[in-house]
Structure formats: structure tokens, C-alpha cells
Design a protein around this ligand. Sequence first.
Ligand SMILES: *Cc1c(COP(=O)(O)O)cnc(C)c1O
Length: 395
Amino acid sequence: MTDNSDLRAATKLVHLGRKPEKYGGLVNPPVMRGSTILFSSCAAMQAAESHWHDQPYYGRHGNDATFAFEQAIADLEGGYRAVAVESGLAAITAAISAFVKAGDHLLMTDAVYGPTRKFCDSFLRRFDVETTYYDPRINPDKLAALIRPNTRVLFMESPGSLTFEMEDIRGLADAARQAGVVSMMDNTWATPLYCKPLSLGVDVVVHAATKYIVGHSDAMLGVIVSNERHYMTLRQSVAVFGHHAAPDDIYLAQRGLRSMAARLQQQSASAMQIARWLQQQSAVQRVLYPALPDDPGHALWNRDYTGASGLFAFVLQPAYDRAAMQRLVDGVRLFGIGFSWGGYESLILPVSLGAVRSATQWQGGEVVRLSVGLEDPLDLIDDLAIGFAALEAST
Ligand SMILES: *Cc1c(COP(=O)(O)O)cnc(C)c1O
């Protein structure tokens, strides 16, 4: 592989993981489907054994296209290696499972993605791993008090993907390291382009590649990026569970990567324009977007991030109840109502915070989340204005 460590990220996105000379000159590595990998002899099979995880050995562990995608993500994150799996949630559960055993303790941000919380409260609990949720805005000096002799993992998600609290990644990762705790972060919001948690001291980074990396709402994929120290432990956890990233999805993720910098730049600019417009609406109490100068997480964002993606939320004035909020959501036409985010099309989501908090309480009105796509932001603003008119309609 040529050394391209001096290239800027947008250039890397175009060149990483491509080998036209290997695939008859094709610009894109093809979809590589396969279970069996054939060996020329018993000796060749035996020689391949120690490289089961980074050279073709058995289809479940990946093939050349998988390894090329994994290496591209590892390079972008500044990590040692990466492991692709079938979904973002699989990346999270495999990463946590790699480091905990019965009797252990886990520290988890209270703003975490709901299914991650469910994994801790159901599966891990059954195997006698206890989870303590901490306030995402905790001062790192206070983290030590939550660390027990059996604490193994600290799991961050910054910003939280519903309420957008920023964590002090550097400070929390330091506190974890001093206590011998493995630190992890869900970096899906920022992508490897806008935040590099490994350079801030985090050990393991997970992504729902389903979101901005795939970028077109047509595949599910997860990826775990690790420093050298923890890589084999992770790889083995992925292998024992039988996780597998499907070849067609790897292809779509590779293709998504090529345009990710341009997409994010546009989505970020549009999101900021829409966020500022929302701040001027009298029905809006607050806009939750760390890129805004008056956001409580702005200083941390400014310190540790080089950009903001197009996902953010706003809070309605407490006078508006859930039915009113739903009139707004039902009233827009260009924003689709649905889960996931990071695609080229805009989405709107009525947020339910009731079941997803335990260490902190959500204070404020109804929350609506937007994933801003590649439409003209002025059309999106016009559309939201129609939604706000519907909100007022029968109050
Ligand atoms: C969507 C999401 C996931 C899960 O990804 P899937 O590919 O849908 O399994 C994990 N973390 C965050 C922050 C997400 O938004």
C-alpha cells in the first residue's frame, strides 16, 4: 500500500482501499461474494491460519474487499485496524462483549442510543455484568468516584444522538486509562472526518456505517476501530459471535465513502442554516446542536471536533403537547418520518425520551430530531414553516 498518511481526509476518501490494477482496471473494487476460500495445498491452508483475520481464510471473516474497507476506515480514524460487522448495533455489542465477564461493571453515558441501553439492561445483566449510567456532562474529575475495582469499560456517545450533550472525551478517556478501564466511543454522529477519538485517548471507536458512511439509506453496516493493544481481543469477539459484513453492503459502504466529505460539508452547512432559522421561531424553546455558539456543549465541540454533521434536534416550548408536536411532524412533506439518519434525504423524528434516561432527567418540551439531507435548505425551511403552521393550527 502506498503511503498516503500526508494526504488530507477528502483526498484519502477518494483513494483509500482501491486497487484498480488488481481488478482489471476497474475504478471500484467489485462485489466479492464467497464463503469458501480455496487453498492450493494443506501447507498453504496451514500457512494461512494465523492470518484468518486479515487475509482471505473463510468468507465469514471477510475477503479482500472487506479488508480494504476496514483499512480505509482505520486510516481515516488514525487507528491500528478496523473490523466490519453487519450493523452498528452489532459493532457495539461485539465491542463491549470483548472486554467484560460475569461480575464486571460498565460505565455508560445516560444519553446513549436506546438499543445500546437495552443490550446492557437485558443481555449483560443476565450475564451478571452491571451497568451504571452517568450524566454525559459529568466533569471527568467526578468519574473516578464511579469507577469500581471491577469496572472494565467506559462507553461514551458524543454527542448523544437524541439530545446532543457533548462529553469531555479527552478528560473521560484519561480518567479511564488511569484506572485501567477500556474506553470506547460511538462516533457515528461525527464520522471519522469530524472527530478522531483515538487521538483523544479513546481505545475503541464504533460506527454505525449505516448512517453517513453508507450515506444512501440502502445498507446496514457497522465498524469497530481499535488501537493496536485491543485489536485482537475485538477481532476474536467478532469471530466467536459469528458476525459478518455482507459483500454487497461492503460495496455500498466503499462507494458511500467516496462522496462522504462532500455530502457532510453540504449537510452540515444546511443544518446550520436550518438550526439558525429554528432559533428564530417562537414555538421553539431551544435548538440542540453543538455547532451553535450558544449550545452548552459548544466549547467541547470546538476543542475536539473539526465539523458537525447534519443531525440535530429542537425542543418545542412546553406549551405544546405531544399531539401538537405530531401535527408538526405530520405536516411536513419533504422530511420523511423514519428511523436511522445520515442518508441523502432529510428525515424527521418525533423523539420519546421517557424510557431512555435513568441517571438524568430530561427537562423541557417535546423534542423533534432532524437529519438534514442534500435538498436545497431553502426548500427544507419552507417545508418546516408548513409544519409550524400545522402546529399552531388548532391551539
Ligand atoms: C443507528 C445507530 C446505531 C445502530 O446502528 P445500526 O446500523 O442501525 O445497527 C448505533 N449508534 C448510533 C448513535 C446510531 O444512531
